[in-house]
Design a protein around this ligand. Structure first.
Ligand code: ADP
Ligand code: MG
Length: 262
């Protein structure tokens, strides 16, 4: 019953390929995230990890292969449409609006989720719209509570310590109500205490039944969080498996030591 293959496939990449000019950034990648999993995507700098997330979320068009989410092909859809299907993400480089409050930053996720409420509609909104606003506010407060940022609700995002800004980005992704969350190096730049909170948060997100695909450099973090690991090197998947076997894999060790890097 505990076999990985017993779980339903949420995200399936088949022979996914992306080229930038002469460079093949992702080459014929097969990857699956199954229900309730935390999968890690690891590999040296420039190995194509972020590109994979950009392909899944519709930021780049794919050059080959297929992306299926909940058994439906999603490649070719616009990023907001992919978000509506239930895929949310954070970015490798932090993207919070520092002059907006914590609450407003999370509200942006709501805007993304419903196509964006027009300013006129906000000012002269109908009663139905007011109800929608109240509903949004309730959901944002729930998410802020869940991630532990309730007490900073009215604070300008730019005043938050870096680690909390990262959590805020996750909150903004969560408010879209995803079934799958893609995290691009969420632990980058965090201190060890912040990393512990992040790990706890990712675990609690996953416990709510949200699948996670996590890009992460630090191997000990990957080992503690993920139940399946994919390793990329120069856009090619060189290994996949449980962390315990991946970390002994000579190809992986070599890629990480950088011997094959030019
Ligand atoms: P990683 O996230 O693993 O560090 P990336 O996916 O960011 O790697 O990059 C993979 C390769 O693709 C790199 O060689 C990078 O320079 C290249 N690349 C990524 N995005 C673009 C782009 N928009 N245009 C041209 N080359 C790109
Ligand atoms: Mg990257």
């Amino acid at each position: 019953m505990n076999m990985r293959t017993d779980r339903e496939v949420v995200l399936k990449l088949s022979a996914l390929t992306k080229r930038f000019g002469g460079l093949t950034a992702v080459r014929e990648l097969d990857l699956e995230v199954r229900e309730g999993e935390i999968c890690a995507l690891v590999g040296p700098n420039g190995s194509g990890k972020t590109t994979v997330l950009n392909l899944i979320t519709g930021i780049y068009p794919v050059d080959g292969g297929e992306i299926r989410f909940l058994n439906r092909p999603i490649q070719g859809l616009a990023p907001h449409a992919i978000c509506w299907q239930g895929i949310a993400r954070t970015f490798q480089n932090i993207r919070v609006l520092s002059q907006q409050t914590v609450f407003e930053n999370v509200l942006l996720g709501k805007g993304y989720g419903n196509g964006g409420a027009g300013i006129l509609r906000t000012l002269f909104g109908t009663r139905g719209h007011c109800r929608e606003e109240q509903q949004n506010a309730r959901e944002i407060d729930e998410v802020l509570e869940f991630v532990g940022l309730s007490n900073l609700r009215g604070e300008l995002a730019g005043n938050l310590p870096y680690g909390k800004q990262r959590i805020l980005e996750i909150a903004r992704a969560l408010v879209t109500g995803p079934k799958l969350l893609l995290l691009d190096e969420p632990a980058a730049g965090l201190n060890s205490q912040e990393i512990l909170s992040l790990m706890d948060l990712v675990t609690r997100i996953n416990a709510r039944g949200i699948g996670v695909l996590l890009i992460e450099h630090r191997m000990e973090l990957v080992g503690r969080l993920s139940n399946w690991v994919y390793v990329l090197d120069h856009g090619v998947k060189i290994a996949e498996g449980r962390f315990e076997s991946i970390k002994e894999d000579p190809m992986v060790i070599e890629a990480y030591l950088g011997r094959r890097r030019v």
